[in-house]
Design a protein around this ligand. Structure first.
Ligand code: GLY
Ligand code: MN
Ligand code: MN
Length: 483
């Protein structure tokens, strides 16, 4: 047991109690009572987090890219939701990637030294019991729960840890050029002032996005876990479709969310629970519409793991359990496009290839149905299919659902696929309810099929193969689950 209850004599100023927005006086006797009688719970038996060797490797790569410079990677701060309540906190992906820690206000600093960098993790220590911080401050452990002390943080993250209240002064010290990952911690950015500049800072962010394109074994394992939980979440939804019919799309959102919170940290993005014509709205997250027999349900949802890796999966399901003829015709076209897209995911293939392959198949069907005039080459050249295909066929997946979005063009959209990259393949067809250019029977139908595909040494692996994709398999899977 170490002596670490956060007691530090310098900070012995009393704070007023704040509860439900009200400050109340504290008697000396109560304050004295609250200072004492607490067991020392500091632990000296903590093992490093599983990914500690991975985060060390990632920091070494970062250090090698920016020799001689101070690098500042903040976790970010709480954001007010209303009055004195906050949105639930999610650490910045860059900070999570480099430390494995996920706590608010944390800051990773790589300080240049003779042979590289010394990494320091700034964290909020255990609450001071002497000055009342423990029970009178909104971030006191009595209010928000015990957190690791600095020595405990060192054991967990394999990094020297210091009090985060020193971070602003430390990062602004003279002696080195500074870069910060912007957009997460306005206080630190203010502290740096003109010590950092936007263009140089952006190079740091872009480097980290590039570095995250290829996943290591730990990350692949977490992505598979995210997908596995997501598969269970989709099964949960199918089992309660009758209750969703009696209520609304919200029942589906809530059902999936339960799985995400029980098995993971959260959903990785707002679940899209789109029944009937809502499926033609790409980001339908209001989820307040009716769920009707005879319609399709487009469910696009992903569980985020406790380490913040997310799945991103879509299935389009007939609410009755059986596709109608027109639903199946459209579904089969999207399925064929997805098959063509997935087949184009292999090492060495251009990133754009899977999109092009899927778009071609969709365009062929639109021409064959007489919805757009051929030939297919002309349609593709002019992009005419896009009225109904609407979006790109996929994106990288990882800590962010749209992962590595600021990576360099040459390493991402103009680059080639490499083993360890993970991407979605998600073609869709969307016929708006008021689209007078398509036959009436198509209107109000939207179909997307989305899977999470890992590039392997010799091709790819579908991480979400635990969910059926072909129309017949969807029907028999739904029948089985609904018993
Ligand atoms: N769920 C967002 C997307 O599929 O990209
Ligand atoms: Mn999606
Ligand atoms: Mn996606």
């Amino acid at each position: 047991m170490g002596a670490e209850n956060g007691q530090s004599a310098e900070q012995a100023q009393p704070i007023k109690q704040r509860k439900n927005g009200l400050y109340q006086g504290v008697s000396e006797e109560l304050a004295a009572n609250m200072r004492a009688g607490w067991a020392d719970t500091a632990r000296d038996d903590l093992a490093p987090i599983e990914q500690a060797p991975n985060t060390a490797r990632r920091r070494a790569a970062l250090s090698a890219r920016f020799p001689g410079e101070r690098l500042v990677i903040p976790a970010g701060n709480l954001k007010t939701r209303s009055n004195d309540t906050e949105y639930s906190f999610r650490a910045s992906s860059e900070y999570a990637y480099l430390t494995g820690d996920l706590t608010q206000d944390g800051v990773l600093v790589l300080e240049p030294v003779a042979d590289g960098h010394e990494a320091v993790l700034y964290l909020l220590p255990r609450s001071n019991r002497e000055n009342g911080e423990f029970w009178l401050d909104g971030q006191g452990e009595l209010w928000v729960g015990r957190r690791p002390g600095l020595r405990e943080g060192e054991a967990l993250y394999g990094l020297p840890c210091r009090d985060v209240r020193e971070a602003a002064t430390e990062v602004a010290r003279d002696g080195a050029n500074v870069r910060i990952v912007r957009g997460h911690d306005a206080g630190l950015e203010r502290a740096l002032g003109e010590r950092s500049n936007v263009e140089r800072d952006e190079e740091l962010r872009v480097f980290l996005a590039d570095a995250r394109l290829v996943k290591d074994e730990f990350e692949i394992g977490r992505l598979q876990a995210a997908v596995d939980s997501t598969v269970r979440g989709f099964e949960d939804v199918v089992r309660v479709l009758d209750r969703a019919e009696a209520t609304s799309e919200r029942y589906i959102e809530g059902t999936f969310f339960l799985r995400a919170r029980v098995e993971g940290n959260d959903v990785g993005y707002g679940s899209i629970c789109a029944a009937g014509p809502h499926a033609t709205t790409l980001h339908w997250v209001r989820n307040d519409g009716p769920v009707r027999a005879g319609d399709l349900l487009l469910l696009d949802a992903g569980v985020e793991t406790h380490t913040l890796y997310t799945a991103d999966v879509t299935r389009t399901l007939p609410i009755t359990g059986r596709f109608t003829e027109i639903q199946r015709r459209i579904y089969d076209a999207v399925f064929a496009a997805q098959e063509a897209g997935i087949a184009a995911v292999r090492p060495g293939a251009k990133y754009r290839e899977f999109h092009d392959e899927a778009q071609r198949v969709l365009a062929e069907h639109l021409v064959a149905w007489g919805i757009v005039e051929g030939p297919v080459e002309r349609v593709l050249e002019l992009g005419l299919q896009r009225r109904w295909t609407l979006h790109g066929t996929g994106h990288m997946l990882g800590l962010d659902v749209h992962d590595c979005a600021v990576a360099r063009t040459e390493s991402y959209v103009d680059g080639a696929l490499e083993p360890g990259m993970c991407l979605t393949v998600e073609p869709g067809l969307y016929f708006q309810a008021d689209d007078l250019t398509v036959p009436e029977e198509y209107r109000g139908i939207g179909v997307r099929i989305e899977d999470d595909i890992l590039v392997t040494e010799d091709g790819n692996r579908n991480l979400s193969a635990g969910l059926p994709r072909a129309a017949d398999e969807i029907e028999s899977w739904m029948a089985r689950l609904r018993g």
